[in-house]
Design a protein around this ligand. Structure first.
Ligand code: ZN
Length: 417
């Protein structure tokens, strides 16, 4: 009796009542089975038109997995009615706790999905003695609900980014909303091509695209073109994070070439384990690393020259006025082009040809957080790391929406977990 009282406190289903409750074997394991009956004189709801109709007949009892109780699995048991709908025909009634052939109740799916946000999907499956696929379906349900019910009003700042997924050259393009207080993943789609971003704008819609004021992106020409075409009123900003990433890639390339050269000449590899020394900002190095960097700096290495060029460029971001920043940029480009570091020269040429868009960063200063894209990018990478067992791009997309989408959930007056 007490359990029934508790159940009514947790969740009530309109036009249905809880019946008898007992412990029974389900799939060979003892579980709590809770019977549900329709309220007397209530008529079933047609799943298609949503109207109450007469009963046609009744189907055999089915189990719907509910929230576990004291580590017992729990199930709602109900024999669905079929409605005789004059407009839609004979259909299985719509149920307030579940849908179609899915064996999980809505609330159990929300419960699993919430845990899957805190733990990996595999851990969630292990703890609740269910399968990875079940957790996947639960998250998918919650994400589908969230995408259908979210508001896309007030999106005026967006960031376009891409991350490498799986092995080989597979990418996901991500579009974030960057407005302060509502930073979230808006959209993600497979590949890194002009048509990928076109698809985002198409789905986002013309009216909303016209409201966008800032777009942060990297220097990739096809995306710049799409942005200029689909959101011509917006200020396109090549942001700090994306530009400094180009530097890191150049330094990495120089270092790899140099190590190859050491090997070919039979020289000692002084750059061994030097990758992070060169890629990290000096203020983020440990004391030991700082000492080692000091030693490296004494050597006349191409990698070190590249490193110093990058450190020198960091001053660029401290300018307040776009014209001064522009002069600094020109100077830096000239110096970089005088070196024999081909990857760095490539960066210099890229900066030179995108100068106006880079200087937009200073025009938007104070209105746009410089770390916003980087923050979202880190979170996306973290999600991927947690993503053990994600075999398909679709899984990964759902995981990203789940973790970063700030999606609304179905509302319950009781907090399940
Ligand atoms: Zn109907």
């Amino acid at each position: 009796m007490l359990i029934k009282t508790l159940l009514n406190k947790v969740e009530r289903f309109k036009s249905f009542v809880y019946g008898s409750i007992g412990v029974q074997l389900v799939d060979g394991v003892e579980a709590l089975v809770i019977d549900i009956e329709p309220r007397r004189n209530s008529r079933p709801v047609c799943p298609e038109c949503g109207k109450r109709r007469n009963v046609y007949d009744r189907q055999p009892q089915r189990l719907f997995e509910y929230l576990p109780v004291w580590t017992f699995k729990a199930y709602l048991r109900y024999a669905p009615r079929r409605v005789d709908c004059p407009t839609c025909g004979v259909k299985v009634e719509a149920l307030p706790w579940g849908y179609g052939k899915e064996r999980m109740t809505f609330s159990y799916q929300v419960f699993l999905a919430r845990w899957a946000k805190r733990l990996s999907w595999k851990e969630t499956a292990d703890i609740f003695e269910t399968s990875w696929d079940t957790v996947f379906r639960a998250v998918q349900f919650v994400v589908d609900y969230g995408l259908a019910h979210r508001s896309l009003e007030g999106v005026t700042e967006i960031g376009v980014d891409e991350i490498k997924v799986f092995k080989g050259h597979k990418y996901l393009t991500l579009v974030y909303q960057l407005n302060a207080g509502v930073r979230r993943l808006l959209w993600c789609g497979p590949e890194h091509r002009a048509k990928t971003l076109l698809r985002f704008f198409h789905e986002f819609g013309k009216e909303r695209s016209a409201q966008i004021r800032f777009v942060c992106s990297d220097m990739w020409a096809p995306y710049l073109k799409v942005i200029a075409k689909k959101a011509p009123q917006a200020l396109n900003i090549l942001d700090r994070f994306h530009i400094m990433r180009a530097f890191s890639e150049a330094i990495d390339q120089i270092r790899r070439d140099e190590v190859k050269q050491f090997k070919a000449n039979g020289q000692e590899n002084v750059l061994e384990r030097g990758r992070w020394l060169l890629l990290k900002r000096p203020e983020n190095l440990t004391e030991k690393q700082t000492t080692r960097l000091g030693e490296l700096l004494k050597l006349n290495l191409a990698s070190i020259k590249g490193y110093l060029l990058r450190e020198d460029f960091q001053r660029f971001w401290e300018y307040q006025r776009p014209d001064f920043a522009g002069k600094f940029l020109d100077n830096w480009v000239t110096r970089a082009l005088q070196t024999d570091l081909e990857p760095m020269k490539k960066v210099a040429r890229m900066l030179r040809s995108h100068k106006p868009l880079i200087l937009n960063w200073f025009k938007a200063k104070g209105q746009l957080s410089s770390g916003a894209v980087e923050g979202m990018n880190l979170k996306a990478k973290l999600t991927m790391r947690k993503a053990f067992g994600f075999r398909t791009l679709k899984c990964l997309q759902i995981a990203l929406y789940h973790e970063l989408g700030k999606l609304p959930e179905p509302e319950y007056h009781h907090r399940f977990c």
